[in-house]
Design a binder for this molecule. Structure first.
Ligand SMILES: Cc1cc2nc3c(=O)[nH]c(=O)nc-3n(C[C@H](O)[C@H](O)[C@H](O)COP(=O)(O)OP(=O)(O)OC[C@H]3O[C@@H](n4cnc5c(N)ncnc54)[C@H](O)[C@@H]3O)c2cc1C
Ligand code: FES
Ligand code: FES
Length: 1278
């Protein structure tokens, strides 16, 4: 159960394991972290594989890595945790005293969607000897996490590492001696594939002659899966040798990128900075190429021979004039010139022997080499454009003797700027050369508008920007050598690439009162109840449940058309395939083929017509996953396209295609407001959607019990009761025969509320038809395609404001793209009510657009981030127009009076929001930093900084009032142990931990005596979904109620026998025939809004907060770095500060993704292009601000919720918008300097492409209009 499967393509790190091999060259055993999903089992002959279960367990002994990640609160849902543990474990095996930089590098390829990475790093930092200093306060990071603040009841100590297990390398597993074998030829014969591992190079060449069509497979990081019939694999050590020579280094093609990097680093040290320029450029590229795990597997030969223009190495190797030695089928060595790289096509039929990196010492002094790359995410992301450049000068001059410029990512192969280089040779390296060179490059490097991947204007801008950077780098060096004109000082910062750093944090939270019993855990930062199980890989997720006898697998067949009539479905080919049991579609559904939610039906299987690409039409049921997947691809569906078909919000407006209900909220007199205003502003903001990217994809196991139609479902659902109901309706079976079990989810974020019910109904149909258990596990690509995510939004506004920035009137229409069915989208429009600002005259319209895209659904924040961003954008724009700082305009418009009414007339006090705002201004040192930023911007032309602060008022509770309820069952057993069942779902947020803390307080038993096994519809019926940040409120109150009922029953005996221990008390109670089982129930408030009257209590209460972020942008590439974020959050009296801080950080980091890097792209045909982690980037460790400070507001009370706490799951996502607005500020600073308007169109997410193109300059303007041919775009904004 340890090693997890999150993507299957090396892109998430969840499957990380350690592979150890004996290396005959170094005569030692080497340990590598690798992604198991890309490791063919045959390739592991002779290797020892250690998984998370192998290093420690809760039953025997924990490994310190497991213990520390758990204790530092680094495991929330836990799905990424085994991978994190194994990456760190491997690092410690190789280096028991790592630096923080080692840890950063090691974890760069392990994605986590829950924690925000900071607690993981904090736990692992305890292995470092070096005491890292926090730049904000000069304190050691270890001191920070353990220190007490001056205010006596405030603490920063979320965890303590007292009494943790020491790292003892002598206890590590030994390498099995039987694996110290000499390589031999091996042959494995599979059903479809033959695998041959050659003994040595000679053997390989012989094999290659015999099986000429079989590709070589070395690291398998490009090939990834097998398609061919035969696959020889190589690992002869000869291909991995590295030899330093007088004129450079010769690297075997089988040398891994990690080894290459280490060897080059040594070389750099020995050669010194001047002589090692080629190696420095290579190392710079290797540092951000893929992840540690991939670099451990990937080889230099594979990287070059894959001939993928997005791969980074070819451009720099070519520029550095490296020589490739190619061994053809006969064992003679051919030389392949660098120019041949330009014609590489995938899978050329030769084996590549070695790579020779030449750095000619004679020319070194006058030779300059650089590499550049820009990607969606700074690390662990393919480059959009990469480049290698080299120039040599005539001795003692600035006259160009030789110039080589190569680009990857601008065409189907590596591209050499041949003409430009030729023209510039013999010229002086000065501004004239820059101007001519830029013009020549612009003409020569043509990225056609039809280029795969799109972004042609951006790629073009990068081509020129890289050249400009190279020009500046070389000029800087030449200045010292030949006394050229100085580069303007404000240009210099553009030469430094952003440095990825390890996040550090300051936290503060209020300690429990001194009067609170030390046995009472409420309010204390207890560790997540299952953290140790998660860290050891013992925690069971639905797909960890072993197969039951006769189990089948179901794989979905989805529509490839956006709007079409289904003419025919032919599954005959699929049915004839081995292992296939049956094909199911609408006609196999015994009950109703639809999922109903609030009178909105959604077909389970499309019957007559498809309304989006990715809609489920049928499903193949087969003996194994692979068989089901393969067969699903063979189902032949004939369509007849139907009109209309459209995908974007704008198109939906044109077609007036909206779902009902349409929302409207009005207050004051809009016309009067506009009349009184000094200015009127009209504008719009578009915000793209977001994929949940929970690390565990959706799925379930449906097990028919064979009696009276009973069915058990082990399902990843946030709403088990709804799943149960939908399955019942589908099968025509009463709910009492269907039991849903949810042990835990590997992340949910709103994505596992609705869609999983449909998947469950389909799997249940398969189980019903076959009478056998059926497992369904969506592949990442299918999950992204079928289940969709957060809806894109468009806000169109007209506002009237005064000269001081006060908004008098606003008329805003919010359009959300709902996709092809309504799902939960109508509730998303409730965000209209969440604003932190008082606008006296307001009209808000909310419309859900009906388009032909997969149906969007709930996502953490539930429309809040999108809706709130639109009003923030209005304020930002008003501030820019009034020439005022944005924070001042926000401040002036904020709710401030002690008693306020929302726009729907709900009474509330913004007191704590104002406190959060003021504390955030103070803690972030906002005013002072604004000045520093001004100075920075004045002194830096190509790098700019921006800062932004926003307040937050976020309504908690379901707007559908009846959902505001919770139920629990509390059982006390005769031995005194307690079992709680409740209706919530544990998905990392810590609902179980908080429930146990609450029960422990009331029952006065230690947390260790209380257990929560699972969520089960058989124990707690009709539960509301775990969503709307309301889970703990509802469940906590229900648990409290159940426990209090029990205590009332025990009370007489306690009074009578005050000396009794808990066990004695329980035993006595049992003997007196008093029930030791009680249900608890919480009837929450009835929330509801009368939309006609714009009146009603929409929420139970509000969670408040404020957030301030600073960023720096590179105006030449569009890259940005998050510098620092400060959050002050009002969570009332926190039940568990560690869990709450975890939610704040994790939510904020999801917001980083939403507002800056996560971009979903659809083709003009409505096909989701960004499926999987290779194309869709969620925040990785490199995206976390080096300073991420979270403070929980002190003395904040909330009479409405359990123990005065507040719901916190969703609100912090919105804080990601501070980065968006800080980036906007930074761009505005750049534009101001260039004499451009500070008002410019800018939509979310603020990707590198958008940042670069908004920082208009001579390079972006060089794309002549006649080249801007109107063609079909690669992707559309939906
Ligand atoms: C998640 C992920 C992220 C990545 N990110 C980046 C990135 O940012 N930048 C980047 O440049 N690359 C990136 N890569 C690509 C990676 O660098 C290459 O896949 C890797 O270098 C290929 O090496 P390999 O040994 O795994 O090749 P394999 O997958 O084993 O083989 C690839 C191809 O090369 C051929 N081949 C391999 N070795 C030889 C040889 N000696 N002689 C002849 N043919 C040979 C194979 O037959 C096959 O056709 C990424 C890969 C993954 C999975
Ligand atoms: S499952 Fe292997 S890296 Fe994602
Ligand atoms: S704890 Fe990392 S993905 Fe959930």
């Amino acid at each position: 159960t340890g090693t997890k499967y999150g993507c299957g393509g090396g892109g998430c790190g969840a499957c990380t394991v350690m592979v150890s091999r004996y290396d005959p060259i170094q005569e030692t055993v080497l340990h590598w972290s690798v992604t198991a999903c890309l490791q063919p089992i045959c390739s592991l002959h002779g290797a020892a594989v250690v998984t998370v279960e192998g290093i420690g367990s809760t039953k025997t002994k924990l490994h310190p890595v497991q213990e520390r990640i758990a204790k530092a609160h680094g495991s929330q849902c836990g799905f990424c945790t085994p991978g994190m543990v194994m990456s760190m474990y491997t690092l410690l095996r190789n280096n028991p005293q790592p630096t923080t930089e080692d840890i950063r590098e090691t974890l760069g390829g392990n994605l986590c969607r829950c924690t925000g990475y900071r607690p993981i790093i904090d736990g692992f930092k305890t292995f470092c000897n070096v005491r890292t200093v926090n730049s904000s306060n000069g304190k050691c990071c270890m001191e920070n996490s353990n220190s007490h603040n001056n205010e006596s009841d405030i603490s920063g100590e979320l965890f303590s590492m007292d009494n943790v297990l020491p790292l003892d390398p002598t206890q590590d597993l030994i390498f099995p001696p039987e694996l110290l074998k000499k390589a031999e030829r091996l042959c494995f014969q599979g059903e479809k594939v033959r695998w041959i591992s050659p003994a040595d190079l000679k053997d390989l060449i012989k094999l290659k002659a015999e099986y000429s069509n079989a590709p070589l497979l070395v690291g398998n990081t490009t090939i990834g899966w097998f398609q061919e019939e035969v696959h020889p694999s190589i690992h002869p050590s000869k291909l991995r040798t590295i030899k330093w020579r007088n004129n450079g280094v010769t690297v075997g093609a089988g040398c891994s990128l990690s080894v290459l990097k280490d060897v080059l680093l040594q070389g750099i040290e020995e050669l010194g900075p001047e002589k090692s320029r080629v190696y420095q450029a290579l190392v710079q590229t290797l540092q951000c190429l893929a992840s540690k795990q991939i670099r451990n597997m990937a080889t230099i030969g594979g990287n070059i021979l894959s001939a993928n223009p997005k791969y980074d190495l070819s451009s720099i190797l070519a520029a550095a004039e490296c020589t490739l030695h190619i061994s053809l089928l006969i064992p003679s060595i051919l030389f392949l010139t660098t120019n041949s790289l330009l014609q590489y096509k995938y899978n050329m039929n030769f084996s590549f022997h070695s790579e020779k990196l030449i750095a000619n010492p004679c020319a070194l002094q006058w030779e300059f080499v650089s590499a550049f790359r820009q990607a969606q995410r700074r690390e662990f992301s393919f480059s959009i454009v990469n480049s290698g450049m080299r120039v040599t000068f005539r001795h003692d001059s600035n006259v160009v003797e030789n110039l080589d410029i190569f680009y990857g990512g601008v065409g189907p192969t590596l591209v050499k700027a041949r003409h430009t280089c030729k023209e510039l040779m013999g010229r002086k390296w000065d501004e004239k050369l820059l101007v001519v060179g830029t013009q020549l490059l612009e003409e020569e490097i043509y990225v056609p508008p039809t280029a795969p991947g799109g972004q042609e204007e951006y790629r073009k801008a990068l081509v020129l920007s890289f050249f400009f950077k190279f020009y500046m780098q070389v000029t800087l060096e030449l200045q010292q050598k030949v006394g050229m004109n100085d580069l303007p000082l404000e240009y210099l910062s553009a030469l430094k690439p952003f440095k990825n750093e390890v996040p550090q944090a300051n936290h503060s939270f209020q300690l429990v009162p001194e009067t609170q019993s030390s046995n009472d855990p409420v309010g204390r930062p207890n560790v997540h109840q299952a953290a140790l199980q998660q860290a050891t890989g013992e925690a069971v997720y639905y797909d960890d449940i072993p197969s039951v006898k006769g189990e089948l697998f179901v794989s979905m067949v989805t529509s490839t058309r956006a709007h079409a009539k289904i003419i025919s479905i032919d599954a005959s080919m699929a049915l004839a395939m081995s292992g296939v049991v049956t094909f199911i579609s609408a006609k196999d559904v015994p009950g109703q083929n639809r999922r109903l939610w609030f009178n909105n039906p959604e077909e389970l299987f499309a019957e007559e017509e498809v309304i989006c690409v990715g809609q489920i039409i049928g499903a193949i049921v087969a003996e194994t996953r692979e068989q089901a997947k393969r067969a699903a691809e063979q189902v032949d569906i004939t369509y007849e396209d139907i009109q209309p078909v459209f995908f974007t919000i704008e198109e939906a407006i044109e077609h007036q295609s909206f779902f009902d209900p349409k929302r409207k909220l009005e207050r004051g007199n809009l016309e009067e407001g506009f009349e009184k205003a000094d200015h009127i502003l009209e504008g719009e903001l578009y915000m793209g959607g977001q994929e949940h990217f929970y690390m565990e994809t959706q799925g379930l196991i449906a097990i028919p019990k064979g009696e009276a139609g009973e069915l058990e479902l082990y399902v990843a659902s946030q709403h088990a009761a709804y799943t149960q109901e939908v399955v019942g309706i589908t099968l025509g079976i009463d709910s009492n025969k269907i039991t849903c079990h949810v042990k835990r989810l590997g992340g949910g974020f709103g994505g596992k509320v609705m869609k999983i019910a449909s998947l469950s109904a389909i799997a249940a149909t398969a189980a019903y038809k076959t009478g056998r258990a059926v497992r369904c596990v969506l592949e990442r690509e299918d999950d992204m395609l079928i289940t969709s995510g957060r809806s894109p939004f468009l806000g169109k506004y007209k506002v009237g404001y005064l000269n001081d920035g006060t908004i008098l009137a606003a008329d805003i229409t919010y359009y959300s793209n709902g996709g092809c069915t309504l799902d939960e989208s109508s509730f998303l429009l409730d965000f209209i009510k969440k604003k932190s600002y008082f606008i006296p005259n307001l009209r808000g319209h909310g419309l859900v657009c009906k388009t032909y895209l997969p149906s969007y659904t709930a996502f953490r924040g539930f429309g809040g981030p999108q809706g709130l961003t639109i009003i923030e954008s209005v304020l930002h724009e008003v501030a820019a127009r009034c020439g005022l700082p944005a924070h001042q305009v926000r401040d002036i418009n904020m709710y401030k009076d002690e008693k306020c009414y929302t726009h729907h007339k709900q009474l509330f006090s913004p007191h704590d929001m104002v406190r959060c705002w003021n504390e955030c201004l103070e803690k972030s040192d906002y005013t002072h930093r604004c000045l520093s930023i001004k100075q920075f911007n004045a002194h830096n032309h190509w790098k700019k900084r921006g800062i932004s602060i926003v307040p937050l008022k976020f309504g908690i509770g379901f707007s559908k009032g009846f959902y505001n309820q919770g139920a629990a069952l509390v059982n006390i057993y005769k031995d005194g142990s307690v079992l709680i069942s409740h209706g919530g779902t544990e998905m990392g947020q810590g609902i179980n931990t908080k429930a146990i803390q609450i029960a422990s307080r009331i029952l006065k038993v230690p947390m260790s005596s209380i257990h929560i096994k699972e969520t089960c519809t058989g124990n707690v019926p009709n539960a509301a979904p775990s969503a709307a940040s309301f889970g703990t409120d509802a469940v906590g109150m229900a648990v409290k109620d159940g426990c209090e009922k029990l205590m009332r029953r025990l009370e007489p005996l306690i009074k009578k026998h005050p000396q009794f221990t808990w066990q004695q008390l329980v035993s006595k109670t049992y003997c007196q025939k008093i029930s030791l089982s009680a249900t608890g129930f919480f009837m929450g408030p009835h929330t509801s809004v009368d939309w006609e009257k714009s009146d009603g209590n929409a929420y139970y209460y509000f969670t408040f907060g404020a957030c301030c972020s600073e960023v720096e942008i590179d105006c030449l590439t569009g890259d940005h770095k998050n510098i620092r974020t400060d959050i002050v959050m009002d969570v009332g009296r926190s039940i568990n500060p560690a869990l709450d801080v975890g939610q704040v950080e994790g939510g904020f980091v999801q917001g980083i993704g939403l507002y800056t890097i996560e971009e979903l792209q659809f083709s003009p045909e409505g096909v989701l292009l960004t499926r999987g982690p290779s194309r869709y980037k969620i925040p990785a460790l490199c995206d976390i601000p080096p300073q991420l400070n979270v403070h929980l507001l002190r003395n904040a009370d909330n009479p409405h919720a359990i123990y005065s706490s507040k719901g916190i799951g969703e609100p912090p996502v919105f804080f990601g918008c501070t980065l968006f607005f800080a980036i906007k500020e930074a761009i505005a600073a750049a534009r101001r300097e260039r004499g451009l308007s500070e008002s410019f169109p800018f939509s979310s997410p603020a990707t590198a492409e958008k940042i670069r193109m908004a920082c208009e300059d001579c390079f972006t303007r060089m794309n002549p209009p006649d080249r801007k041919v109107k063609t079909k775009p690669w992707a559309i904004n939906v």
